[in-house]
Ligand binder design. Structure first.
Ligand SMILES: *Cc1c(COP(=O)(O)O)cnc(C)c1O
Length: 324
């Protein structure tokens, strides 16, 4: 077993285990359908007893999850309509997204793919690789999930080699949150795997709060940058977590100070039982406009919403801005 896999095995998966580390409120969701799963390092970062702590709110299932809100559905971004197989989504020109694994280092309570009909145990990608190979319009393959880094290095290595062997695939992009929970995942073995392939790699780290970016996480990203891999970030705008100017500013400044370029700020995808995380898009637009006045231009992420059936993510702008 790889070192990071032992850490992962040791994740907190029950309220009893969690209660040994931090006090819990009496507003927990009694039987969360999307199970509790938190790496110990993230629990250690929570302020004990602060039930509004931005890390606590992201990972601990609360009774607010039990509320079913109209408009909040199982497949908010029409993934299933874009599925060429259950593991390959082809939504946008030139890019195909491979669901490498259904597992993640942690379960974010707002996860938009928490109800995706994953295959039980993703092992083979033969069909998906054949589709990519037969379609020269696919020049970028996004490894997503779940989290692609939940896969062990041997399986991931085989997949990377297979993609590297397809001449029209020019970029292999990782979408991952794994290093935020378990930075040890960016191990020497993983780095050697990446060194072994010649296709350009791009790494997009999912991070929502400055406190997620500690020295170990930043070190893990620097290892990727040292290989010439651009590291960008994506965040979800979340009520009570990063929807204020000070928090958003601290997040993007922490990112650029670590050499990570903010890419997207996502409007919440309306998956069932997550309405309590939603921020009004008008407020999101106002926040981005305020942020733009405070930080370098390259520190301002593009604020986007994913609308099923559209040819790209949809940037959110103010109406005044469009009329000007
Ligand atoms: C978001 C997404 C992408 C990537 O879109 P970019 O705008 O290039 O970052 C690709 N495929 C799917 C299915 C996506 O949801």
């Amino acid at each position: 077993m790889e070192h990071w896999q032992k850490i992962f095995q040791n994740n907190i998966r029950s309220y009893d285990e969690l209660r040994e580390l931090i006090p819990l409120p009496n507003t927990l969701s009694p039987f969360p359908k999307f199970p509790l799963n938190i790496p110990r390092r993230l629990v250690e970062k929570m302020e004990p007893g602060d039930f509004n702590d931005p890390l606590f709110l992201q990972f601990v299932p609360l009774a607010s999850e039990l509320i079913a809100t109209p408009g909040f559905v199982n497949d908010p971004v029409s993934d299933e309509a874009a599925a060429r197989t259950t593991k390959l989504l082809h939504k946008y020109k030139g890019r195909a997204l491979l669901l490498v694994s259904s597992a993640c280092a942690m379960h974010c309570r707002y996860c938009f793919r928490q109800k995706y009909p994953y295959e039980k145990d993703v092992k083979e990608y033969e069909k998906e690789l054949a589709i990519i190979e037969a379609d020269p319009s696919i020049t970028e393959v996004i490894l997503s999930g779940g989290d692609p880094l939940s896969k062990g290095n041997s399986a991931l290595g085989l997949l990377l080699e297979a993609l590297d062997a397809i001449p029209h695939v020019k970029v292999i992009r990782f979408h991952s949150r794994f290093p935020i929970g378990i930075p040890e995942r960016i191990s020497d073995e993983f780095i050697s795997l990446l060194k072994g392939i010649s296709t350009q790699i791009v790494f997009i780290l999912h991070v929502n709060h400055a406190r997620e970016l500690d020295a170990d996480v930043v070190q893990s990203m620097k290892k990727l940058m040292a290989l010439g891999i651009p590291v960008l970030s994506q965040s979800v705008l979340l009520r009570g977590i990063n929807d204020s100017l000070p928090r958003l500013k601290e997040l993007v400044l922490s990112l650029i100070h670590a050499g990570i370029v903010p890419y997207y700020l996502h409007q919440l995808d309306r998956v069932q039982n997550t309405a309590h995380f939603e921020v009004d898009p008008e407020d999101g637009i106002a926040l981005i406009e305020q942020l733009r006045k405070e930080v370098p231009g390259y520190a301002v992420p593009t604020y986007v919403q994913e609308i099923g059936g559209e040819a790209s993510k949809t940037p959110l702008h103010s109406v005044e801005c469009l009329q000007a």
